[in-house]
Design a protein around this ligand. Structure first.
Ligand SMILES: Cc1cc2nc3c(=O)[nH]c(=O)nc-3n(C[C@H](O)[C@H](O)[C@H](O)COP(=O)(O)OP(=O)(O)OC[C@H]3O[C@@H](n4cnc5c(N)ncnc54)[C@H](O)[C@@H]3O)c2cc1C
Length: 573
């Protein structure tokens, strides 16, 4: 049976796509505003990426350092983001994060405590004060558990293991979405007055990533195809310590807490090499090719470096880093109390994303909203650890409220153009019906290799041009992709639509990186090593936008700061 004959349809005021921290917090806010809410997620409820967050949620509550304030949190965030953050987002985030964290506590989250019974806060890179509220090294799990309880108690239709693949639009904006149920392959159309995209990041564009299979840039690509702007896509955060061995776990995160506890980075000669690497000298200090790096012979056996905490008492290591101890013992057969870990960089987080209004989460497409890692602007050129979980809470709530208000402003359910719905369903059928064509796994392999080798940590114009050329060729190959098997739990079929999205976000990353001819934050151009305030005015964003079926990139000035904010960060404009 083809999908068209079996189409299911449900209607909501607000459809939230994604059940991580941002999506769940948006549902709570939309429910409180009285909206009929539907929630969709690709895997089981509770399995979103947010659950993996360990370090904590940043909020200037001042429980450990009474001198902390929203002003210092704002300043730290802007400095970390190299002044490219949307200042209104950074301001709202710093001002509202404490209330959002306290609210979580009132809803049942059990945070670690200070001796006088308040929420404990720990130090983290880039934060000038101990600011991260945490629950041991499983903060994200507690956050998801608490929000899920709240959402389910509030009454919401949850569509688990359901993948949204298309947005439906009309002259007045977004009118619904189409996707399919992974258990059955059955297509489903969601009519919606407002849609919140909360689908997370893009890590699967790269070979080596700390991200799970779900991070395929779905929300970014859906929004782009619907006409929304993608902003700052050149800023991809590569975490310095991921596992490098064995191959099956390559990229898995080795938490920053290892270095926080005193872990030392060494090369194969046992040297503490980090002090030598000053940014100004970057060009001469890194190998130009893999072969040259191999000849240097200073890395670990599997191409990383060593991170050593084994000089500390074993009991201390096991007590302070229980998850890391287990992770290396179970997955790599390495006892980190006895010897070093092998680590290397891993793609971790994307600062760029869908351009949104700071106050409401509205995109430039009416009725379409975005929050969480899928949205851009909040973190500028680099994100501070802990600022993502607070971002999810602050802007998840604001976006849920914004979407519900938009829905309430419409008289009735918007008309969902059946031609668009049927075209989407035919798209779903295509790869299953073709008798010959490309294997999606081959395209995925080539896509990830392209991004890893040409659009990685250090970038140069010729590589970026080559990447853009190869991505175009991959898109052509994708258009004839075919999959074996049926519609039921078919991961190859699922991959087809994720690849379509990854091709969009990869092109946006490569084109934006090509456009930004300077080095700033997480974006390092070997051919433009300086941070070029003169050309870039210091505070400009790169925008990727669809025009006549192709991707155009342009540069736009960031929103201006008022006098108070300018004073906090000490800039003149
Ligand atoms: C290992 C690790 C540790 C981290 N530690 C921290 C930390 O300590 N502090 C911190 O602040 N940040 C941390 N981060 C970053 C932070 O966890 C993420 O940025 C954040 O959780 C993203 O939340 P989200 O709600 O935007 O997306 P997610 O939590 O990933 O949720 C995305 C949701 O969207 C759904 N989805 C995606 N595509 C579709 C589709 N097409 N159709 C339907 N549903 C879809 C998914 O199923 C999922 O439910 C860490 C990240 C990692 C990987």
């Amino acid at each position: 049976m083809s999908g068209a004959e079996d189409l299911e349809q449900v209607d909501y005021d607000v459809l939230v796509v994604g059940a991580g921290g941002a999506g769940l917090r948006a549902v709570v806010a939309a429910q409180e505003a009285g909206a009929r809410v539907g929630l969709v997620c690709k895997s089981l409820l509770g399995k979103a990426h947010t659950v993996m967050a360990e370090g904590g949620v940043a909020a200037a509550m001042g429980h450990v350092a009474p001198s902390d304030s929203w002003q210092t949190h704002f300043r730290d965030t802007m400095v970390g983001g190299k002044m490219l953050n949307n200042p209104r987002m950074a301001q709202l985030h710093a001002q509202e994060a404490p209330a959002r964290v306290r609210e979580l506590e009132q809803w049942g989250a059990v945070f670690d405590r200070t001796e006088d019974g308040r929420i404990l806060q720990r130090s983290f890179g880039g934060h000038s004060h101990p600011r991260l509220a945490h629950v041991g090294d499983r903060t994200g799990l507690e956050m998801i558990r608490t929000l899920q309880d709240r959402v389910v108690a509030g009454g919401v239709d949850v569509h688990m293991e359901c993948c949204v693949t298309h947005l439906v639009t009309g002259p007045a904006g977004v009118t619904g979405a189409v996707g399919y149920r992974r258990q059955t392959g059955r297509p489903i159309a969601f009519g919606a007055k407002a849609i919140v995209l909360a689908t997370g990041g893009v890590g699967k564009a790269y070979e080596i990533t700390s991200n799970s299979w779900e991070y395929s840039g779905d929300g970014q690509a859906l929004a782009y195809e619907a006409g929304a702007d993608l902003i700052d896509m050149e800023f991809v955060q590569f975490h310095p310590t991921g596992m490098v061995w064995p191959p099956g776990v390559r990229g898995l995160l080795v938490t920053e807490a290892v270095r926080g506890e005193g872990g030392i980075l060494r090369n194969a000669a046992g040297e503490r090499f980090m002090w030598k690497y000053l940014p100004e000298d970057r060009r001469n200090e890194y190998a130009a090719t893999d072969e040259e790096a191999a000849r240097w012979g200073r890395g670990s056996p599997h191409g990383g470096v060593f991170l050593d905490i084994s000089y500390l008492p074993p009991d201390h290591v096991r007590r302070k880093l229980p998850s890391m101890y287990e992770q290396f013992k179970e997955l790599a057969d390495v006892d980190i109390t006895k010897g070093p870990m092998e680590v290397g960089p891993t793609t971790h987080y994307v600062m760029g994303g869908i351009r949104v209004d700071a106050d409401s989460g509205a995109t430039t497409v009416p009725g379409l909203f975005a929050a969480g890692e899928v949205a851009g602007g909040m973190h500028g050129a680099n994100r501070l650890g802990g600022n993502s979980l607070s971002d999810l809470l602050v802007f998840g709530a604001r976006t849920g409220t914004g979407a519900a208000a938009h829905a309430a402003s419409l008289a009735g359910q918007p008309y969902m153009n059946p031609v668009q719905v049927q075209a989407a369903v035919r798209d779903l059928d295509g790869p299953l019906e073709r008798t010959s064509g490309e294997d999606p796994y081959a395209i995925q392999r080539d896509l990830q290799a392209t991004m890893q080798s040409l659009v990685g940590i250090f970038r140069v114009e010729a590589d970026l041009d080559e990447a853009i050329r190869r991505l175009a060729a991959l898109r052509t190959r994708w258009s004839t992709v075919r999959v074996d098997g049926g519609r039921v739990y078919n991961p190859g079929w699922n991959l087809v639509f994720e690849l379509r999205n990854l091709l969009v976000v990869s092109e946006a990353i490569a084109r934006s990186a090509r456009q930004r001819e300077e080095s700033r934050g997480a974006h390092s151009r070997i051919d433009f090593p300086a941070t070029d305030d003169a050309t870039w005015g210091g505070r400009n964003s790169v925008i990727a936008r669809r025009a006549d079926g192709t991707m155009g990139v342009s540069t736009t000035a960031l929103p201006a700061m008022d006098d108070e904010l300018r004073g906090l960060v000490g800039v003149a404009h």
